[in-house]
Design a protein around this ligand. Structure first.
Ligand SMILES: C[S@@+](CC[C@H](N)C(=O)[O-])C[C@H]1O[C@@H](n2cnc3c(N)ncnc32)[C@H](O)[C@@H]1O
Length: 390
């Protein structure tokens, strides 16, 4: 008979290099949780008291890709040895006796920053190997788990097995209460399609999926800072009509697309009359957040504009800019966007994504089958997508 689950540790995945900012953010939001074991891309925390209210537990931070309760860690020489040790952990037995684990997420902490040396977050050979070993050693009474990358349905308990080092795996569990909690390691299974002209395609696909932006096919979106055009392609693939503003050249694929209009100017020089029909706005400009917000404000607060929602990339050339985040979000709210969320997307680099809607009531439950972006067909990074630059 196993003892009841009352974990005192939690784990979170973050971008490689964002550990310090995650710890600082959580020190403000959840001060009873103190940083413990940590490696780039993976941080654990210890609470003053064991957690007794398990349902819905998460470490809430824009920098936590995913999080959960920690069940301990195992060491070993081979994946088979490590997998056997996972299933033998008393804490895993306690978790199975306390909550109904029906799935597993096996993932590796990021080894470099997204977009660096061709790396993109997602399944890796090491996580694939670990998953195969975990499956081979799984107890017979563990529910059947679909092979390959998958999205867990909402509101299920999931076992997390994290490859921290090849010979050191961390083990935890979480409840899939949010959209990112349904994705292994908080990384949506999205592939960069052949036709994408920049990796910003991944970023925009993830932003659309995470935010569940309630845009309908045929509606118009303005993209500020659109060149060379990967994000615009993701918007076009989602069925939107795109007006892209950027003084730089857009890729020929975009120039030839009749559903895309390039306004080859800086935002300050673009005639506002062009944007009158736009219902959505996205921005991804390589300038400081205050300038991005100046440009966005100058468009959405124009008389006659009816922008219902926005997806904004805020660049963080220095991590200290995070301290200004509450001011940035308050500024966006002051334009009439009351539902403002922020997240460092898995495919973001040193930047954040802000999703802003006029009201929370605009959010809609996504019909996953219709609105989900193109998923990875390959389930490992044997041939990582070529970095095309942003
Ligand atoms: C990170 S890139 C955008 C990537 C693009 N979203 C894509 O999908 O490929 C940043 C862009 O912002 C543009 N930019 C910077 N300042 C701008 C301004 N004031 N008005 C319009 N575009 C601007 C730059 O020319 C550059 O092409």
């Amino acid at each position: 008979m196993s003892s009841p689950l009352a974990p005192q540790f939690a784990f979170a995945a973050c971008q490689h290099g964002a550990e310090a900012v995650l710890k600082t953010d959580l020190a403000k939001r959840a001060p009873t949780w103190r940083p413990a074991f940590s490696r780039p891309g993976f941080v654990t925390f210890k609470n003053e008291q064991p957690v007794t209210k398990l349902d819905g537990f998460q470490l809430s931070s824009a920098f936590a890709r995913t999080s959960g309760l920690s069940l301990g860690s195992v060491e070993g020489e081979t994946p088979a040895e490590l997998a056997a040790a996972v299933w033998q952990l008393p804490e895993v037995a306690a978790a199975r006796a306390t909550v109904r684990l029906i799935d597993w997420h096996v993932w590796q902490r990021d080894v470099v920053a997204p977009g660096e040396r061709g790396f993109e977050p997602g399944p890796t050979p090491a996580s694939q190997e670990a998953e195969a070993a975990l499956r081979a050693a799984a107890p017979e009474d563990f529910p059947e788990v679909a092979p390959g990358p998958h999205v867990t349905p909402r509101n299920r308990w999931v076992l997390d097995v994290i490859v921290v080092e090849p010979n050191h795996w961390w083990v935890g569990c979480h409840y899939s209460a949010s959209r990112p909690a349904c994705w292994p390691g908080g990384v949506p299974p999205i592939e960069l399609p052949e036709h994408a002209v920049s990796r910003a395609y991944l970023k925009m696909s993830e932003a659309l999926w995470w935010s569940a932006l309630p845009a309908s096919r045929g509606e118009q979106v303005v993209e500020l800072g659109c060149a060379p055009g990967g994000a615009s392609q993701a918007l076009l693939d989602a069925g939107l009509l795109v007006i892209g503003v950027d003084p730089a050249r857009v890729a020929v694929e975009l120039q030839e697309n009749p559903l895309f209009q390039h306004v080859c100017r800086r935002v300050s020089e673009a005639p506002r009359s062009l944007f009158k029909e736009a219902r959505w706005l996205t921005a991804d400009m390589n300038v400081a957040p205050a300038y991005t917000l100046d440009a966005v404000e100058s468009v959405v607060t124009q008389p006659g504009m009816h922008v219902r929602g926005m997806l904004l990339t805020l660049k963080l050339p220095e991590w200290q800019l995070v301290e200004e985040l509450p001011n940035y979000l308050a500024r966006i709210q002051s334009w009439g966007y009351r539902d403002v969320r922020v997240r460092q997307l898995a495919f973001n680099r040193q930047e954040l994504c802000v999703a802003a809607l006029r009201s929370r009531g605009q959010r809609r439950v996504q019909r996953e089958s219709r609105r989900r972006p193109r998923q990875r067909a390959d389930d490992r990074h044997s041939t990582p997508p070529k970095p095309l630059g942003e």
